[in-house]
Design a protein around this ligand. Structure first.
Ligand code: 0CH
Ligand code: SF4
Length: 322
């Protein structure tokens, strides 16, 4: 049988990641280096290394940024406490939080104002849930594991809503929601999907090709939630094996033993150049026939953060914004 590659589409950069990465690039062009970035702008090694080479300095917390300097907040969002820390140090800030993460923050604020108990489904320690929970710490409880769902308690079971991190597995989240609904039958759903279009579309695409694949390679970093979910979804959908790699050079050649069909996809924080490198690595090993498996065409794009648009306009650089 002819060796072949099935290439998922959509894959790679979503609109929120594109906006966040361009934000740091434009900030460097407009203000010059260094531009500080709180946390990784997106969870991708290559992106972070490339921006570091251009003069970005990644820090863990706003208190590591020199007073008065410029700091960009990452795509995953920040809590109000982080905005306060930055204000206390007189930092100039550009907020690259994805608008779809901001939407979840608004939902958390609204349900907290109405005095709901909010069950936030997400991964403990992930920056996005820390930011969302920080909007209403007295109202939000994190539900990560099945055990969390079994043990969480609420004040009034008729006033409970679930919200979620944007980058979860759709199927696993529904398992968690059903578990919660069996305990709290009046549990309300979010006003609109919190798991974003990009996360959902990448999972649908990998599901479509996985049953035909002996191996699915997902390009993405280990700390990227949405990328890791693609490996799990591939395995659940019938791929015989699946691995997450940052670079083609990390692929173990023994993974190709007996393999006829390799599926390839990438997380929402992954530049397509890394996928192209993987395709040429595979072509060198006999997998030159590449067929794209398209399950959606994405046309979403977001305007750059307001603070940056204003600066670009003042400098008459807006025309150069993609
Ligand atoms: O998938 P996670 O949330 O870990 O983040 P990423 O890999 O940086 O992808 C972009 C999502 C950013 C916020 O939704
Ligand atoms: Fe926004 Fe979704 Fe991309 Fe996250 S994965 S940055 S929520 S579009």
């Amino acid at each position: 049988m002819t060796k072949r590659v099935l290439l998922a589409k959509p894959r790679g950069y979503c609109a929120g990641v594109d906006r966040a990465v361009v934000t740091v690039e434009k900030a460097l062009e407009t203000y010059g280096a260094p531009v500080y970035v709180r946390k990784e702008i997106v969870h991708n090694k290559h992106v972070v290394e490339t921006l570091t080479e251009r003069g970005a300095i990644f820090v863990d917390e706003a208190d590591e940024v020199p007073e008065g300097a410029l700091v960009v907040f990452s795509a995953h969002g920040v809590s109000p406490a982080v905005h306060d820390q930055a204000a206390a140090r007189q930092l100039r800030t550009i907020d690259a939080t994805c608008p779809l993460v901001t939407k979840v923050h608004q939902e958390a604020k609204r349900f907290a104002r109405d005095d709901y108990d909010i069950l936030l489904i997400g991964h403990e320690g992930h920056e996005e849930v820390e930011g969302t929970a920080g909007e209403a710490p007295e109202h939000v409880q994190l539900v990560d594991t099945a055990e969390d769902a079994a043990n969480v308690t609420v004040r009034d079971p008729s006033k409970v809503v679930w919200l979620s991190q944007t980058t979860l597995s759709v199927d696993e989240t529904m398992v968690r929601v059903n578990q919660l609904k069996s305990r709290f039958p009046e549990l309300q759903n979010p006003p609109s999907d919190d798991i974003c279009y990009a996360t959902q579309n990448r999972q649908v695409a990998v599901k479509a090709m996985a049953p035909e694949c002996d191996l699915v390679l997902v390009v993405g970093s280990q700390n990227s939630s949405n990328s890791k979910r693609l490996v799990e979804v591939a395995l659940q959908a019938g791929a015989r094996a699946s691995y997450l790699v940052d670079y083609a050079r990390e692929v173990d050649e023994t993974w190709l033993d007996g393999v006829v069909t390799v599926g390839v996809t990438s997380g929402a924080s992954v530049p397509d150049i890394l996928v192209m490198d993987l395709l040429s690595w595979l072509a060198d090993r006999g997998f030159a026939d590449v067929q794209e498996v398209t399950t959606a065409n994405e046309k979403v794009s977001f305007a750059l953060p307001r603070e940056l648009r204003k600066a670009l306009k003042d400098n008459d650089l807006l025309g150069s914004v993609r």
